[in-house]
Structures are given as structure tokens and as C-alpha cells.
Design a protein around this ligand. Sequence first.
Ligand SMILES: [Zn+2]
Ligand SMILES: [Zn+2]
Ligand SMILES: [Zn+2]
Ligand SMILES: [Zn+2]
Length: 220
Amino acid sequence: MASATKGNCYLCGAELGKVAMKNHLLKTHGEAAGQECCLLKIEGAYDKDYWLYVDIPVSSTLNTLDTFLRKIWLECCGHMSAFSGPGHREIGKNRKLGVFSDSDQLLHEYDFGSTTETLITVIGRTFRKPQKEAVRLLARNIPPVFRCAECGADAAYICAECIYETDNPFYCEACAEGHEHEEMLLPITNSPRMGVCGYEGDQDTYIFISPKVMPGGKSK
Ligand SMILES: [Zn+2]
Ligand SMILES: [Zn+2]
Ligand SMILES: [Zn+2]
Ligand SMILES: [Zn+2]
């Protein structure tokens, strides 16, 4: 995967790198008053090309954040999860976001067998108009494109067996059929848990739709 993947602002459609996105969110979409939130940067701990920015009310708990992380890029079969702070000290899920300070970092671990680790950085306090959902997705990396190991076409699957054997464990629809480990194929997902356990991303409904093409959508 190319380094420094770009992402989309889910509020206005802007396409920017990870750092520029942070500045964009603070400058363009910051409100002066309203519901007080923490702006969070969320990244795959070992693959930072997967990244998100969200805001979440200071009164919400880590439990709410855990539920969101499971939906957008983790849940396969209900594994256990935990948050921890410096020195790997566990932080209880009933802790409110408001207790954290700017630039605090938390590690989230999902599944203590085939663990997926997520790094969460508190960027700062922001305000927003009250939302129905506690966690609001503000920006996300553009889904990376993978090439089929056999024919070079756009891949649709990752082989959970070939991961251990080759550099390119990706296959297109056509080449997936009859692949020697056909039963090990998992769909390509926009998640650091792609190809792990039975992860299929079926709860990830956070697909980017450009506000510019949405009916009635207005671009700023
Ligand atoms: Zn924007
Ligand atoms: Zn699983
Ligand atoms: Zn192919
Ligand atoms: Zn294979």
C-alpha cells in the first residue's frame, strides 16, 4: 500500500492527507459553541494508512467508542476488547471521554488471540450541533486498491492462508474461483482487521458518498 493515504472529509467531501485533514476539520468545521466533544484521531496501530477522525461528546464513555470501533472496522465474532493507557494500564470502559487531555493516547485491543490494535489520539476539545449518534465520523482514509496476484485486476478478496506465504495475498473475483485455499478467502475491507479471523466488514456502513453528488447536497 502506498504510504500517506488520503482521506475524505465526510462533512464537505474535501480530499486531504491525514495531517491536513486535522487542520481542515478544526478550521473549516469547528463551531464556537454547542455540544462539547473530544476530537479523536484513530489509526491502525501497525498500519496507519487506515485512519479516522471522529468527534464524541465528553460525557460519552469508552464503551460507546468501543461499539463504534467494532462497527466500523473490527467486529467478526464478538471477541473481547480493552482500552489501555501509558504503560499498558487498562482503562475501564465506563470512563468518560472528558477525563482525557489533549494529545493523550489510548490503545484499543480487539480479540486477545489474533489481536487488532487501534491507536487513539485526543486532538482537542471541539463543539458541534447536537447529534443523534454519539460518535460522528468526520473523515476516513480512502479505501486502498489492491491488485490480483494472478492477473493484476482489481482484487476483491484476501486469502488468509496466502498472507503467510506471499507478499500479495489478493485475488480478483475470477481468480478467486478455484483458488487452492478458496475456503480461506475473505472480502477486502477498509480496515486494519482485513484478512484476520472471520472479519468481513459487514457492519461497516460508513461508506463515503460525496456531498457533491448527493441529491440536494451542497458543496462549500
Ligand atoms: Zn470538510
Ligand atoms: Zn473472530
Ligand atoms: Zn485475477
Ligand atoms: Zn491462498
